[in-house]
Design a protein around this ligand. Structure first.
Ligand code: HAX
Length: 440
């Protein structure tokens, strides 16, 4: 057993009875049929097929994400902040997702301090691995290489080899997760300064909160950027269990891979253009629009033509559509709210609003897009860019720092629940043809 802090104490007190329920329900109701699955669902990427046990958050197609029952506006109201008009601290969201209860100021302070302390022990070889890569390699390559390199520090691997009782796996997992989360802002800021600021690194300030420190290490000292970073880190943290980054982390973790291997798998998925890389691609799409039209304030008609040309050339409009959501993403809405409050006149924000006026109708006209509304990525880059974080390639990495909070919390719960190795069944095309009576 590792050092017992009060959060771990609460976690195991809540976790053990729930682990018992998971065992009992499986034993007593394991043969209960809970759903039917269509061929269409399988062929469209298992959409809507309930196949994962996830406790950290839940996604409603119309309402959007709720973290342990709390919507984003509720989190903004109820999670601890550094000032009345500030944004919620990601430490508080981590606490909520881990324990299912709202934290108080002391809980958040405990996590800020603990993460600041753990962040001091990053092994030098994580930086050496980054430095061995060309600066031109995408920040996600550098980020993920450093994550994998840090797995030399895995408590989980050592505990497993030492023959730990499997009911205690959650404990080294918690330790590894806390270490990993604490270190990601340092790694991300290092990559940012290495690639874009002539290797002029800025030391962490242990008196700052986790997200404020990230802004500081990246070179941004204004309170407004720190607020934006806190909000960004809260809203990107989790999106139920089936999205690519969460599912990949969970799947690899089910083989009892350590948190570094598991999270790295999730980050490889986040780097895909249909997932987290969309935030960078939105900026490329906007930049090309401005370059082609020679203005950052195009007319409605110009935006319409540009969006149609994108579709006609067989590409997607990045930042729009979603596999689950069927309305405007509340993560888009809250960022728009932030922009309207602080920088309503920023040209990129005005452009985002114009696109929001035009694109949903165009996507609806295609007759095939299930959700024509903007997702989180439609505005996040424009907001960062308006505040001077103009280097698009780092946006997915920032998303990744935040995503750690949700997917790694779930990984602790996966080990608490004692979930087994994941192994769905696959079939070849002949099997599906036979099953539905398909005629050539
Ligand atoms: N632009 C153009 N076409 C789109 C579209 C968009 N924004 N969104 C969906 N479509 C198309 C699909 O490509 C698909 O076309 P085909 O039938 O020709 O293959 C059709 O509409 C039906 O797709 P869907 O069922 O509505 O959407 P999916 O669940 O298959 O895909 C995606 C969801 C998010 C991948 C999709 O909407 C998309 O590609 N959006 C643009 C990329 C993007 O913004 N990704 C980020 C999503 C949020 C996220 O994960 N962030 O990290």
């Amino acid at each position: 057993m590792f050092y017992m802090d009060y959060i771990k104490d609460k976690l195991i007190t809540k976790g053990r009875p729930q682990a018992e329920i998971v065992k009992r329900i499986q034993k007593e109701y394991g043969d209960s049929v809970i759903q039917e699955t269509t061929l269409g669902q399988v062929f469209s990427g298992m959409k809507g097929v309930v196949s994962l046990l996830t406790c950290t958050s839940k996604l409603d197609p119309d309402e959007g994400i709720r973290f342990r029952g709390y919507s984003i506006p509720e989190l903004r109201e109820k999670l601890p902040k550094l000032s009345e008009d500030g944004e919620p601290l990601p430490e508080g969201l981590f606490y909520l997702m881990l324990l299912g209860e709202l934290p108080n100021d002391e809980d958040v302070k405990f996590l800020s301090d603990s993460w600041a302390k753990r962040a001091q022990d990053i092994p030098q070889h994580a930086f050496d691995v980054i430095n061995a890569l060309p600066k031109s390699s995408h920040p996600m390559i550098q980020f993920n290489s450093a994550i994998l390199a840090m797995s030399t520090e895995s408590h989980f691997r050592r505990a497993y080899l030492a023959g730990m009782d499997k009911r205690d796996y959650w404990d080294p997992m918690y330790e590894g997760v806390m270490d990993l989360i604490s270190r990601l802002p340092v790694i991300a800021a290092y990559i940012y300064r290495r690639v874009f600021h002539d290797e002029k690194y800025i030391d962490p300030d242990p008196s700052l909160d986790w997200a404020g420190n990230l802004a500081h290490m990246m070179g941004f000292e204004s309170e407004e950027v720190k607020r934006l970073m806190r909000l960004y880190m809260v809203i990107h943290a989790d999106h139920e269990g089936g999205n690519v980054s969460a599912h990949a982390t969970h799947l690899v973790g089910s083989a009892l891979s350590n948190p570094y291997y598991s999270f790295s798998a999730g980050m490889n998925g986040l780097a895909g253009p249909l997932h987290g890389m969309a935030n960078q691609n939105v900026m490329h799409w906007l930049q090309r629009l401005m370059d082609e039209l020679g203005t950052d304030a195009p007319t409605t008609e110009q935006v319409r033509e540009y969006a149609k040309a994108t579709l006609d050339s067989g590409r997607v409009i990045p930042g729009y559509g979603h596999a689950v959501l069927r309305k405007t993403d509340p993560r888009f809405a809250v960022q728009l709210d932030f922009a309207n409050k602080y920088i309503p006149e920023a040209p990129l924000i005005k452009l985002v609003k114009k696109i929001y006026d035009v694109v949903p109708d165009i996507l609806t006209e295609t007759g095939k897009v299930k959700n024509p509304w903007p997702n989180v990525d439609a505005i996040s880059g424009s907001l960062l860019s308006s505040y001077g974080i103009t280097e698009y390639p780092v946006y997915t990495m920032l998303f990744g720092v935040s995503r750690a909070l949700g997917v790694l919390t779930q990984l602790i719960w996966d080990r608490l629940y004692g979930l087994p190795i994941e192994r769905p069944k696959s079939q070849n095309l002949e099997w599906f043809k036979d099953k539905v009576g398909f005629k050539e």
